[in-house]
Design a protein around this ligand. Sequence first.
Ligand SMILES: CC(=O)SCCNC(=O)CCNC(=O)[C@H](O)C(C)(C)COP(=O)(O)OP(=O)(O)OC[C@H]1O[C@@H](n2cnc3c(N)ncnc32)[C@H](O)[C@@H]1OP(=O)(O)O
Ligand SMILES: O=CC(=O)O
Ligand SMILES: [Mg+2]
Length: 719
Amino acid sequence: MSDTAYTTRHGLEVATEFATFVENQLLPGTGVEADRFWSGYAELLNDFVGENRDLLARREELQTKIDEWHKARGNQEWDASAYRDFLTRIGYLVPEPAAFAIDNGNVDPEIASVAGPQLVVPVSNARFALNAANARWGSLYDAAYGSDVMGPPPAGGGIDPARRDKVVVWAAKFLDDTFPLTFGSHADVTGYRADPDGLHATVDGKDVALKDPSAFVGTRQAGKDTGYVLRHNGLHVELVINSDHPIGAASKSGLRDVVMEAALTAIQDCEDSVAAVDAEDKVGVYANWLGLMKGDLTESFDKGGKTMTRRLADDRIISAPDGSTVILPGRALLLVRNVGHLMTTDAVKLNGQETPEGLMDAMVTVAAAIHDLNRSEGLGNSRAGSVYVVKPKMHGPDEAAFADRVFTKVEQVLGLPQNTVKLGLMDEERRTSANLAASINAIRNRIVFINTGFLDRTGDEIHTSMQAGAFVGRDGMRQAGWLSAYEDRNVLIGLAAGMRGKAQIGKGMWAKPDALAEMLQVKIGHPKAGANTAWVPSPTAATLHAMHYHMVNVADVQDQLAGKPVPDLDILLTPALVGDTPMSREDILREVDNSCQGILGYVVRWVDQGIGCSKVPDIDDVQLMEDRATCRISAQYMANWLEQGLITKDQVQDALRRMAAKVDSQNAGDPNYFPMAPDFDGPAFKAAEDLIFTGTKQPSGYTEPALHARRKEAKALRR
Ligand SMILES: CC(=O)SCCNC(=O)CCNC(=O)[C@H](O)C(C)(C)COP(=O)(O)OP(=O)(O)OC[C@H]1O[C@@H](n2cnc3c(N)ncnc32)[C@H](O)[C@@H]1OP(=O)(O)O
Ligand SMILES: O=CC(=O)O
Ligand SMILES: [Mg+2]
């Protein structure tokens, strides 16, 4: 039983805690009166709740028809054209729109024109959220030294001179590739100096310059540090000189660091990396976003035995060679990911019923951003005067059009010009991928990105074709035709819609946060494929991934790609089934263990501790980022294999119990941890069972309903 206290506002039952937050923290300073906010909220709900419900019912109706179609066909060979006809007939596929170009307007350059990393962070965690905002700039030396890029990460405790020297040589190579000198190498520079005609260096006693003198932006002085700021492909890099610093003292030139412009943009996430199930949790999430938009968020915490207070970083002031001042943003341009259309919240009730959580996110996150829009100085976010909302998990153009109208209404209620709110469209549900042009067209006046959220997309791939047969395992899925068609189509359809120079065409998350050497090898594939941004899980990953945007000029790649034929829809629509190439028993059972371990390792922290994103070891002890989307994949795999008779319920239950004991031991050092073994009857273990054993029935295979229900149970239990 909920013990939430309610108050009434314009016919709405509003959780008192949420009403207090809105009236005392959110609105003061926005110019929006509480009365207008609540009356507008009531209008929004009255106007859109029914349609929201209908859109969800349409998802279920289509899914039921697809399930029946597959069941009726039994073991017949895959018939792409019959399938496509069927999907067209039921309205899953809609007609392609006539050629069009997006027309968004007022978009900051970090999104429209400069290519670079996009960091994602759970906004519920203020320490991380601030760190993400400040990850606009990152030390390349620290990123390389502290990660596996230079071999197994250091144990800590003092600087290893051999490792340090290796980093310095490696970074000099990057500088030589990116900012070559007219003679010699950055590794051999004995001194840098800025003159009115540009940056000079001394190599072998000779005065040398940059091959491209225009790359020099200017000089930044910060205490004893002198920073020479360079620019390449629109991204800045600062050579930090300080011979008094231990690293600078060991360098002939005094170079103590190479600071990269790293996370150009950061997504503050209210969705899949967050566990927020009630008014209390939502207020926590909103308060952090509000602090970021007001510029006053701070967080104090203990690190290495010291108390640190983190706040938003200042802009960087540069003196240009001509004597003028250049101001570079100190913080990533922030976007906020709202939740999708599915879930409801009891924080606001209409006629006694819970209301869509997505509508609450729309009202609150946009209202918070008014503080940023109203500010003319200080720690601002959008210089173009826009609010950036990422909308996840939408199914096709009707749902995108719905979001467009919702935000128009929100703008009216909050007194903002139409299309102040820009939308990032996650291309992560199959109906959106299959109707991508129409989905973009539906929000063409707001759209600022499309992004291949391949993790959710894989979950939806399995769920949609649940009855078509058993899906190939994870290795097979990575090679599947639908996946490459999906990635390629996304870029080409985005370019055809005129996104070049106006919006981001983004690629998905690097989900192995500790495997950054591998990331450096692999993730260059994203800019090479024409993506002008791609997701990273941490500031360190952002700093390293930034190198790729120096190595590849994405605008050139996009020029070369323009007009290339888009991979056929039939490839996108063909599921990757085990079919004639069955997997070995051993491989299947290994994947069962792996999925069960991943699910349990994730849900136990979600349900018992309210942690929405975790690093969880897989069966090979590779640390993986797990969020609701990766959990969706694991759960849908298990549900599909059970449904198709590849595995039995007993096998899964056995794996869950064995893996629960393993996850318990992995968390043995956590004082806040509740073990799942030996009773296996706590809400976390039950959540894992729900996700798998009711996976065919969960809406679109989402994890939210089961996780929310079990988290609420755990909160009540432990209260
Ligand atoms: C499918 C999708 O939807 S993907 C999008 C959702 N996923 C995400 O947002 C992933 C975000 N990443 C994270 O939450 C974390 O990096 C995790 C959970 C993967 C790993 O967290 P941890 O195990 O605590 O990381 P680790 O111990 O390696 O590093 C912690 C340090 O890195 C920082 N850090 C790690 N991730 C981030 C981040 N995303 N943003 C900002 N800072 C971060 C922390 O602030 C901390 O530094 P501090 O001590 O100075 O504060
Ligand atoms: O949101 C991202 C995804 O991959 O899902
Ligand atoms: Mg997703």
